[in-house]
Write a protein that binds this ligand. Structure first.
Ligand SMILES: [Zn+2]
Length: 265
């Protein structure tokens, strides 16, 4: 069993060179909080692995065994280079950076040179689509373009294989998974919380999302109490589905308002 943790940007107090919505802000961790997460992983000797290692390794699942973690980062904003990677390296870790190929060299995002440098320093570069659309709203040809071309473009830039795809906004259907298979990806990552099992060789992998308020205790529970965590996330999923069912179309606007309110507090 292994856990994939999903991060986005890490805030070191500087100015963001891109527009940040309240939802974007919810996923940005402060530098101090991110360091607390990594400090816990290092102190507790949690195995921090690459996706490739986790898919092929067999880890002990006996009681008390620590669940290995993969650290993934979506969107490819410039904080990956300026803040995240140096902190990871200080702890001896490497990350999986999921990049939107059309956003490279835009203000606030990684440049091509920074991307290549991250790869040369041992981080893995993966795809997060070409333009970050809602893939379920596209026709099949457009999905292919997002999934396949981003892989080709990123591989040409970094000179290494891009084996994993993370789904923008978590929106996918069977056509998206088909496109990813045809493009030659080894796996696709979504943002549904849960563990992954190498023995099952699932194509679709789950991830635990870290948000601005995710404390180190939650990371510790993921790595040390997998049974408890699996039940906890299943309960949250059931409750959320019930709320979405009751609220229908009112769910997304209400959630956005709640996040904006929280951000102002
Ligand atoms: Zn994204």
């Amino acid at each position: 069993m292994f856990a994939v943790i999903l991060y986005h940007g890490v805030d070191s107090g500087g100015r963001w060179d891109r527009a940040m919505t309240a939802v974007d802000q919810e996923y940005v961790l402060s530098r101090a909080r991110f360091e607390q997460h990594l400090d816990y992983l290092a102190r507790r000797s949690v195995p921090v692995c690459s996706l490739a290692e986790c898919r092929t390794a067999s880890f002990s699942e006996s009681d008390g065994a620590l669940v290995p973690a993969v650290l993934t980062f979506d969107d490819g904003d410039v904080s990956c280079y300026t803040t995240t990677a140096p902190i990871l390296e200080r702890f001896g870790f490497r990350g999986e950076f999921f990049v939107v190929s059309e956003w490279i060299d835009r203000a606030g995002f990684l440049t091509r040179t920074q991307l290549c440098e991250l790869a040369a320093r041992g981080h893995r570069i993966q795809s997060h689509s070409r333009t970050h659309p809602l893939l379920t709203e596209l026709d099949t040809a457009a999905i292919d373009e997002e999934v396949m071309l981003s892989k080709r473009e990123l591989e040409a830039m970094v000179g290494a294989r891009v084996e994993y795809f993370s789904i923008p906004n978590g929106a996918y259907d069977a056509r998206v998974l088909d496109a990813a298979r045809r493009a030659g990806y080894v796996g696709v990552l979504n943002s549904v919380a849960g563990y992954n099992h190498p023995s099952r060789a699932d194509f679709l992998l789950r991830r635990f999302s870290a948000r601005s308020y995710t404390g180190v205790g939650e990371i510790a529970e993921i790595c040390e109490r997998p049974r408890y965590t699996a039940v906890r996330v299943a309960c949250i999923r059931t409750t959320l589905s019930a709320i979405k069912y009751v609220l229908g179309d009112r769910y997304d606007p209400l959630r956005a308002r709640l996040i904006a309110h929280k951000g102002r507090q």
